[in-house]
Write a protein that binds this ligand. Structure first.
Ligand SMILES: Nc1ncnc2c1ncn2[C@@H]1O[C@H](COP(=O)(O)OP(=O)(O)OP(=O)(O)O)[C@@H](O)[C@H]1O
Length: 536
């Protein structure tokens, strides 16, 4: 079959897959554009992917759809093979094919998936460290969010910053091609794609972040909205996007802002406005001049109407100019308590969830971090034994911060006590009060409701009733808040357990979050209940 015919056939397959209601068209656009058809016969289709990650991902998520589409179109079952061809990536990006830094291309020893037999090596489920590749010379990064008024030191922005002559879409290396070279004075520079461990739970987020970093402002993922619970790696991915762009496209100005920091700078500028008229203008100007604006933890700005209006203005103005915006939050846009106009605009590009990691991913992160500790601290003889690594992975909650600090605790105990032969029992004793996740393992909504009812002396019937008196509504909101914090449950499910819809559950959580910041009594009650529940 000649290549024109082959491409035509492949386009038909893609269109057919798009017609299936369960598929995600954004995923198909992102991943299938990185596949090339190589050969096709009456019952066989051979594809190549530019790298192992794309191959694995497609095998894992869409191989059966490709087979189904072929069957629907041709009426016979097809065998489908995907091989890795790094030259393809090089052609697409205009870079030389990777040499030393990427593993040599496995000769097309592709996993052939026939309809009768499942793929031989299809989709290893083990988490993978992100592929690494050519070295980049670190370049000075754009001003930091700590110094938003340092406008005079801004790097010059070319006339057409999004598609400069020197960095056409074709000439930009993919974000997968990267090494870690943290700058010592900037810990955020250590958060890169190459030290992000990819597993089932974050694969999609990694991939979209990667896509955006390679072609900022020039994908359908604008804005890119990354959401997920605390400590799952959202900031890591945002910083990875920024670091990657700073290194590969230094003429683009990237600005990262944590929402809390953004709010405090906004307030400072508002206060200073009376004295110095330019303060507000300078504040806005700093963000307006970004080619890539990344705002982290946007849920923090709910109920901060004026500041949120400012974000929205920036958002509109930047995206209208084809500049990239990346947002993150601990919940999906529809669950953020903001004007619907805002949440629907935030949802207008790519939305991707980072889910809690499975045990394999946790173990891979533990291993990577344990190795880093030994290497970076110069204690190469101090290796955390495998059984302790597994103990940590099994017992930590989904929050990766908890997992990393458990590794640090064990590591420094080994270093300072000279005990390089620490046992699992020793680690267990050391980490006795460390893991919050252990409390959530066997916990149910009913447990939380029961403890809240007994604490506030409210009956179960009242807790789940429509009654709105303060003595009942407040305990109900606390119970909903605790369910969200302690169990990985969607708002919808929590709402149902209280005879409420998901928006009431969101409102309850938001309200308690706001009160927790200001009211000591609420903090004490929540802390006491958390302690009671942790001892169940
Ligand atoms: N997949 C991963 N691979 C390696 N490290 C990770 C991964 N995910 C998270 N981490 C590390 O876990 C820590 C917490 O991650 P991060 O700050 O990105 O979480 P977050 O989702 O932004 O949390 P929050 O919502 O509380 O801000 C960081 O040190 C980060 O580098």
């Amino acid at each position: 079959m000649d290549s024109e015919k082959l491409n035509e056939q492949w386009a038909r397959v893609r269109t057919q897959i798009m017609s299936y209601p369960e598929v995600n068209s954004a995923e198909i656009s992102a991943f299938f554009s990185r596949l090339e058809p190589q050969a096709m016969s009456d019952s066989f289709l051979m594809l190549t992917a530019g790298n192992e990650f794309i191959k694995t991902w497609v095998e894992q998520h869409y191989l059966s759809h490709i087979q189904r589409a072929l069957l629907d179109l041709h009426g016979v079952p097809f065998a489908v093979a995907i091989a890795v061809d790094p030259a393809q990536e090089a052609r697409a990006t205009g870079t030389p094919a990777p040499q030393a830094a990427t593993p040599p291309a496995p000769a097309p020893a592709a996993a052939v998936s026939s309809p009768a037999a499942p793929p031989v090596s299809s989709a290893p489920s083990a988490p993978v460290a992100a592929p690494a590749a050519p070295d980049f010379t670190p370049t000075p990064s754009a001003p930091t969010a700590d110094q938003p008024f340092a406008a005079p030191t801004m790097p010059a922005v070319p006339e057409n910053p999004v598609a400069p002559a020197s960095a056409t879409p074709e000439s930009i290396p993919t974000a997968a091609a990267e090494t870690t070279e943290p700058q010592p004075d900037n810990p955020a520079s250590a958060l890169t794609f190459s030290n992000f461990v990819i597993g089932e739970s974050n694969q999609m987020a990694y991939s979209l972040a990667n896509e955006v970093a390679g072609k900022p402002g020039r994908t359908i993922f604008n804005p890119l909205f990354i959401y997920g619970k605390s400590g799952l790696g959202k900031t890591h991915l945002m910083r990875a996007i920024q670091n990657y762009i700073d290194k590969t496209q230094p003429h683009l100005r990237t600005v990262y802002a944590d929402s809390a920091d953004f709010l405090s700078k906004y307030m400072e500028a508002s206060v200073a406005h009376d004295r110095e008229k330019a303060s507000f203008k300078n504040f806005k100007h700093y963000y307006e001049e970004a080619d890539v604006l990344l705002i982290d933890d946007i849920q923090y700005l709910q109920n901060k109407k004026q500041c949120l209006d400012m974000v929205f203005q920036l958002f509109n103005s930047l995206t209208a100019q084809g500049k990239q915006v990346v947002l993150s939050a601990d919940r999906a846009p529809k669950n953020i308590d903001v004007d619907e106009r805002y949440s629907s605009r935030f949802s207008s590009g790519g939305i991707v969830e980072v889910r809690p990691p499975d045990i394999e991913t946790k173990l891979a992160i533990v291993k990577r971090f344990a190795d880093e500790c030994s290497r970076n601290e110069g204690f190469s003889q101090c290796a955390i034994p495998d059984d302790i690594q597994m103990y940590i992975a099994e017992n930590s909650s989904s929050n990766i911060r908890e997992l990393l600090s458990a590794v640090s605790n064990v590591f420094y105990r080994m270093v300072f006590s000279g005990q390089s032969d620490i046992t699992v029992e020793g680690a267990r004793a050391l980490l006795e009060n460390h893991f919050s996740g252990s409390m959530a393992r066997n916990l149910s909504v009913e447990d939380i409701q029961r403890e809240v009812e007994s604490f506030f002396k409210v009956s179960h019937a009242d807790l789940i009733s429509n009654k709105r008196s303060r003595s009942i509504a407040y305990p109900r909101q606390i119970a909903i808040y605790l369910c969200r914090q302690l169990l990985d449950l969607p708002y919808e499910d929590i709402g149902q357990k209280f005879n409420r819809d998901h928006s009431t559950a969101i409102y309850a959580v938001t309200n308690i979050e706001t009160r927790l910041k200001k009211e000591r009594e609420v903090q004490e009650e929540v802390e006491t209940l958390q302690k009671i529940i942790s001892e169940l």
